[in-house]
Design a protein around this ligand. Structure first.
Ligand SMILES: *[C@@H]1O[C@H](CO)[C@@H](O)[C@H](O)[C@H]1NC(C)=O
Ligand SMILES: *[C@@H]1O[C@H](CO)[C@@H](O)[C@H](O)[C@H]1NC(C)=O
Ligand SMILES: *[C@@H]1O[C@H](CO)[C@@H](O)[C@H](O)[C@H]1NC(C)=O
Length: 437
């Protein structure tokens, strides 16, 4: 999404107080255990979504996970089933409505999403490339604790903040979903809110499934840290993740922001890229975030395939193709949007997908994220598979945007408290995956 210059006349700069004082936890427990949400993949959009059990009576609302999302928003149209008696708008005078924010109103009739004197936040639809000032509300959210893989107990968050939008605002989202679950590094995102209100560690992790078939089960979103158990792996993955710092981009990448705001997306420090252990050569300064916020590497769940600056994409495709041909893999005609495609019959299969050259992202502190065939290749037809990376042109804002296909069946952890990124590498190598029942 292109970011316009900051809009000083708009409402901005919300700091949503984390409402510690008002949190009520139904299931009283001494030490809160981490939470888990099921994650599914939509076959036609390659979006990943979870289900929120919201309101009274609880209504299941599926919403797409967005690592860049700042505010959770949902289509609350009563025809969709949400007729909650416990929905409350957040008044403009509330301490949860940060200074600098504006008030929204609505001509009626009154319903969730159409109330007067309501704190306004931005509902950003990345597929429409636009934002909407929308009234913030709160409702009961049903939650599940986990022992690392299974549900252990239920609890409720009384005041989960989100905003209600009209059905036409959900354009571009996977068919079965009604909104966006915000996971950005700001105070209003689902991950931050739940951690703050339930006094969990400010850490969340994603295990995105590679299959959209119901027969394969689902992946997981963990909130509050480990343990992370992925049978048949016997050990807690939290203890073996490779780690590297999370970086702060000093310039906001949000669609609307105040001058001086840093980005609340998740940037990591990729220092080199290798193919089968040999570094590819390009001007490495583009991997550094400059003072204007340009360059660097971020992770994005709404980007299906990793997008690379042309100066990286071109040598990557060239070297990958050369090494693939050394393995007697035959080229096929390229298929848009990919740069290199291969005759699938000439590609052997291995434990972690097609047996192709491995692409390694070298991160600061020398942690290597090894992208196996299952994450590098995309099957485009029965006979053809392509290298699943996309050319981002010669002037992208961010040099490397790691897409969701490259995260599937890897456990990735965002420890915001200690500003650390953790990753497991492909779980397929250990006979596991992100899908389970
Ligand atoms: C908001 O206030 C206006 C003006 O008083 C009123 O006409 C309108 O019906 C109110 N909206 C709702 C949703 O109550
Ligand atoms: C969404 O659902 C409608 C109706 O079921 C269907 O016609 C359409 O193809 C679906 N679109 C996508 C992108 O899956
Ligand atoms: C994975 O499973 C296969 C067959 O089920 C077995 O042969 C292999 O030893 C297992 N590998 C690991 C690393 O556990």
């Amino acid at each position: 999404m292109s970011s316009p210059p900051s809009l000083p006349f708009f409402l901005f700069g919300f700091i949503l107080a984390s409402s510690l004082a008002t949190a009520t936890i139904a299931a009283a427990s001494a030490k809160p255990t981490p939470l888990i949400f099921p994650v599914k993949k939509d076959a036609s959009t390659n979006q990943y979504y979870t289900s929120l059990q919201l309101g009274t009576p609880p209504t299941a609302m599926s919403a797409v996970l967005d690592l860049a999302g700042q505010y959770t928003w949902l289509d609350c149209d009563a025809n969709g089933g949400y007729r909650s008696s416990s929905y409350r708008p957040v008044p403009c005078s509330s301490t949860k409505c940060g200074h600098g924010s504006a008030c929204t109103g609505c001509s009626g009739p009154a319903r969730p999403g159409c109330t007067n004197d309501t704190c306004g936040v931005y509902a950003s639809n990345p597929f429409k490339d636009s934002v909407l000032a929308s009234g913030l509300g709160e409702d009961v959210l049903a939650l599940r604790s986990t022992d690392g893989i299974k549900y252990t107990s239920k609890l409720e968050l009384q005041k989960f903040p989100f905003s209600c939008v009209d059905t036409d605002w959900t354009e571009g989202l996977a068919n079965s979903t009604k909104g966006i679950v915000a996971l950005a590094r700001n105070s209003a995102s689902l991950a931050t809110e739940l951690s703050a209100q339930l006094k969990l560690s400010r850490t969340f992790a994603l295990c995105l499934p590679s299959s959209s078939s119901a027969r394969s089960g689902h992946g997981d979103l963990y909130i509050g840290g480990g343990p992370y158990l992925r049978p048949p792996i016997k050990k807690d993955l939290a203890k073996s993740l490779l780690r590297s710092p999370l970086l702060i981009n000093p310039v906001s990448t949000a669609p609307v922001y105040t001058e001086g705001d840093p980005s609340d997306e998740y940037f990591i420090d990729v220092t080199a890229i290798k193919i089968d252990f040999a570094p590819i050569s390009f001007k490495s300064s583009i991997l550094v975030i400059d003072k204007n916020g340009v360059g660097g590497t971020k992770l994005a769940t709404l980007t299906p395939y990793t997008v690379l600056h042309s100066a990286i994409f071109k040598p990557l495709v060239r070297e990958f193709t050369k090494k693939a041909m050394d393995r007697k893999i035959k080229k096929a005609a390229p298929v848009v949007p990919f740069g290199a495609c291969f005759d699938a019959k000439t590609v052997k299969s291995g434990v972690a997908g097609p047996d192709v050259p491995a692409i390694e992202l070298v991160l600061r502190s020398d942690a290597e994220w090894r992208i196996e065939g299952a994450n590098s290749m995309v099957r485009v037809s029965k006979d053809v598979m392509c290298l699943g990376f996309v050319d981002g042109g010669s002037k992208p804002r961010t040099a490397v945007v790691i897409g969701a296909h490259q995260m599937e069946d890897n456990l990735v952890e965002f420890d915001v408290a200690s500003s650390t990124f953790g990753f497991s590498n492909s779980l397929l190598l250990q006979n596991s995956s992100c899908s389970h029942f």
